[in-house]
Design a protein around this ligand. Structure first.
Ligand code: FE2
Length: 429
């Protein structure tokens, strides 16, 4: 039976070359060299370019994205001013505006080869306006982008009035994941209590957990310890993630030597947000300034699933960003000093397979039977993709091309030299 679409002459992240990918009925039907092209509905010659399953953003805030400057800019650059600024904007949000910004961001994300996003949505507004808006966005983008929503009590489960009731209402409305922010509660005890309560809610409802956890430079912010213990106690392993975990950067090494095995034993995943962590952490330091990124290579070495998130794009916390998970991986390589070949490859995994595992995406991958959600990159391998933040030549969803970008190429006209093409963009090989 001929294929609906065939990607010819691809290179795979595991290093296999000259591989054809045959697609039928929205799924990958075959992955091997020399597949027959006769009768195929469409043949895309990849000329040795890298093909990967799509990028997955494990941590984002779609209710705030693209709101930069509303109502003003974050002057201090701190997390706390960002939260205050978001608080100023919240009363003025309209459902239409949230939907419009979110849909615009989803277009940008798809163009950049993102196939799934886990977005936190603030539930500390009694109107739950952003929840309703993003549920509508989730429904509208479903044919081309998987959107997973986390009920996020931005102002604290116990610190903000009605936060727990609102969170439960949001879950009743169909939000997918239980969120939290223990380090923002009034006391360490309240933070630990919020972790326990949120895990119990998730256990009772059979839902995943993803907490903003210890997003601080305070080495004594140890809510990840409680999160691991509660995950263990309630048997939630495999569906719990700690996002940020930046306090781990500043923790005492002896304590961490106990903590990381507890995280691994509990089956808690870690989500780092390198662009935001390097921009926001260390703001209370003079010099030397801490990086603030959690201990990514050490967590990975212990067997913890580590994914990366973009977190923010043009919002109260971050003025930059371009929905580019290769930009995120590029920053992780530098800040975590994962510059060896193995380390860079692991950072590519963190924005693809690891993040997909954290979201629990079904049918994600490159094997026959997986969903034909793919991205063709103008790069020879994952490391070159990170180095060049490679152009996404084709983005496929369920076997259909949904975005294409011309190859990047710079023509040189150098004095005394024949016209040529700038070398780093010459070819995939
Ligand atoms: Fe976040």
């Amino acid at each position: 039976m001929p294929f609906d679409l065939m990607l010819r002459d691809t290179r795979l992240p595991d290093g296999r070359t000259g591989v054809d990918i045959g697609i039928k009925g929205g799924s990958i039907a075959a992955v091997e060299p020399g597949l027959p092209a006769e009768g195929a509905g469409q043949v895309v010659d990849c000329a040795g370019a890298l093909v990967s399953p799509p990028f997955v953003d494990a941590h984002f805030h779609m209710d705030a994205t693209l709101s930069l400057g509303q109502p003003r800019l974050n002057i201090s650059g701190t997390l706390l001013e960002g939260i205050a600024l978001w608080g100023e904007l919240k009363p003025h949000l309209t459902q239409e505006a949230v939907i419009e910004r979110a849909l615009r961001y989803c277009d940008l994300a798809v163009a950049q080869g993102i196939g799934a996003i886990r977005s936190h949505v603030d539930v500390c507004d009694d109107r739950l306006l952003a929840v309703e808006a993003l549920l509508e966005v989730r429904r509208r983008v479903a044919p081309y982008l998987t959107l997973q929503l986390v009920a996020f009590p931005q102002d604290g489960l116990y610190r903000a009035p009605n936060a727990e009731a609102n969170l439960l209402r949001a879950l009743d409305m169909g939000v997918d994941v239980v969120g939290g922010i223990p380090h923002f509660e009034r006391t360490m005890a309240d933070g630990a209590a919020s972790v326990r309560r949120l895990c119990e809610i998730a256990a009772a409802r059979g839902l995943p957990v993803d907490l903003h956890c210890d997003e601080t430079d305070d080495p004594l912010s140890r809510h990840i310890e409680t999160l691991a213990a509660e995950t263990h106690r309630l048997g939630l392993g495999g569906r719990v993630a700690g996002s940020h975990l930046t306090s781990m950067h500043s923790m005492d090494n002896y304590y961490v030597s106990k903590l990381i095995p507890l995280i691994a034993e509990a089956g808690v995943a870690a989500i780092a947000n390198p662009l935001i962590n390097i921009a926001i952490q260390g703001r209370h330091d003079t010099y030397p300034k801490r990086r603030g990124l959690t201990r990514v290579p050490e967590l990975m070495a212990a067997g913890v699933t580590v994914g990366l998130g973009h977190d923010c794009v043009m919002d109260p916390w971050y003025s930059l960003g371009s929905a580019d998970m290769l930009d995120v991986a590029h920053m992780a390589v530098h800040v975590a000093q994962m510059t060896g070949l193995e380390g860079m490859a692991r950072c590519f995994d963190a924005v693809t397979v690891n993040a997909a595992a954290i979201l629990g995406l079904e049918g994600y991958g490159l094997a026959p039977g997986c969903r034909a959600d793919l991205v063709v990159l103008q790069a020879a391998d994952p490391i070159e993709a990170i180095r060049l933040k490679a152009t996404r030549l084709f983005v496929l969803r369920a076997g259909r091309v949904i975005a294409r970008t011309p190859p990047r190429q710079t023509a040189l006209s150098l004095p005394g030299r024949p016209a040529s093409i700038a070398p780093e963009f010459t070819a995939a090989r």
